[in-house]
Design a binder for this molecule. Structure first.
Ligand SMILES: [Zn+2]
Length: 115
């Protein structure tokens, strides 16, 4: 969080298993995964790329989200506006349920591999 040094997942995993929570960088900063937590802002270039990809997608899979948090919540709308189809799999209703080409309620059922 301080110097932007990057670490291998396996190294940090081993340190956390040994009780170093949260793990720290030699510079003293806290080491955080390279993901966006709820409440943090998405990097602007990442959200712009997502908008471009959504606008040209033939099909978008919307998995495990109730589509209530922006800016991600509006991405499927960009796909629909350009004629793409949206598949929604979530256990709660979303504002786009009636516009989905396919609406499933269980991630587990949707992706279960049949033996
Ligand atoms: Zn550091």
């Amino acid at each position: 969080m301080k110097c932007n040094e990057e670490f291998a997942f396996a190294d940090i995993q081993a340190r956390v298993k040994l009780g170093e929570i949260p793990p720290h960088c030699p510079c003293g900063g806290v080491i955080k995964p390279d993901i966006t937590f709820f409440g943090e802002s998405l990097p602007e270039d990442a959200i712009e790329q997502a908008r471009r990809e959504a606008a040209k997608a033939d099909v978008m899979l919307v998995l495990g989200t109730s589509l209530t948090v922006q800016p991600a919540a509006s991405l499927p709308l960009l796909c629909l506006k350009r004629g793409g189809k949206v598949v929604i799999v979530n256990d709660q209703s979303t504002y786009l349920d009636d516009r989905a080409a396919l609406r499933l309620w269980s991630l587990e059922d949707a992706f279960r591999s049949e033996a």
